[in-house]
Design a protein. Structure first.
Length: 283
């Protein structure tokens, strides 16, 4: 509750009170307009973390430790050859049932290797399991994870398939399929972009968030934030700027630059004990 402004007598008192009231209202407007930064974990479900039961345990620990999101890599394989890799969609379903507040999702899914109608069914089911906590991260994917399985590797063709897939997915979410997702008008979509490529940024502007990869620093995020604000001028729909940092990094420069989500990225792959220590330390 705001502190009451003491009244003073006479014209001078009235002016002082009027100025103080204006300052207070401006403070409220600024506070309401600023989106608080959110903190999440970005994990690779490899090696020990390929065990979905362990992922569920870590997700519950993250929720109790104050983290607000948990996002999993979406890969079929990852070097070295023969490495254990879990399916993120199945693992996230288990996480959804074991948690109540964590936002969750794959980061990132290359739609070019998926049948969009199947993704539509999976995402809506997961959105219901999580009671509206799903965010879908998409991008072109990594050719090393596509070529061995006969998938499309040409980046232009993958980009075309991604754009087409997103439009179809949006149509399924908006009534093409039943049931509808919990989140309306659609499940949020974050688009990955390898810095400094511009085309993925233009793609992201049409959706709900941008996840720039290999961004050199907060200064570049400031530029991106300004560009996105200009491109989305007049839109009242929320838009997320998502960045990843190593454990223990100072996130304040990123918040100042405009990030709405900062993900602590645990690269493949420290021990389970080390991962637990990062999670228990909190955001």
């Amino acid at each position: 509750m705001p502190k009451l402004i003491p009244r003073a007598s006479g014209l001078r008192g009235a002016l002082v009170g009027w100025v103080a009231e204006l300052e207070f209202r401006q403070t409220v407007r600024v506070a309401r307009g600023r989106r608080a930064i959110k903190r999440g974990l970005y994990l690779a479900p490899f090696d020990q973390l390929a065990d979905p039961r362990l992922l569920v345990d870590l997700a519950s620990l993250a929720e109790s430790s104050g983290w607000e999101g948990l996002f999993l890599w979406d890969r079929i394989t990852y070097p070295p050859r023969g490495r254990a890799v879990a399916d993120p969609w199945v693992a996230l379903s288990a996480v959804a049932l074991a948690t109540e507040t964590l936002r969750l999702g794959p980061m990132i899914t290359p739609l070019s290797r998926r049948r969009v109608q199947k993704v539509a069914r999976e995402t809506v089911t997961l959105d219901h399991l999580s009671n509206g906590r799903l965010t879908v991260g998409v991008g072109l994917g990594n050719a090393d994870d596509l070529e061995p399985f006969g998938e499309v590797i040409d980046p232009r063709e993958r980009a075309r398939m991604l754009d087409e897939g997103l439009e179809r997915l949006d149509g399924f979410w908006r009534g093409g399929f039943n049931p509808l997702p919990v989140q309306r008008p659609r499940i949020p979509v974050w688009v990955a972009a390898n810095w400094p490529n511009r085309r993925p940024i233009r793609r992201a502007i049409r959706w709900d968030g941008l996840f720039p990869i290999d961004l050199p620093g907060p200064e570049r995020l400031t530029e991106l934030a300004a560009e996105i604000r200009q491109a989305r001028a007049g839109s009242e729909d929320p838009f997320d700027l998502v960045v990843e940092v190593p454990p223990g990094a100072d996130v304040r420069p990123w918040q100042t630059a405009g990030a709405t989500w900062v993900l602590t990225s645990i690269e493949p792959q420290p021990s389970e004990l080390e991962i637990r220590q990062v999670i228990e330390a909190g955001p």
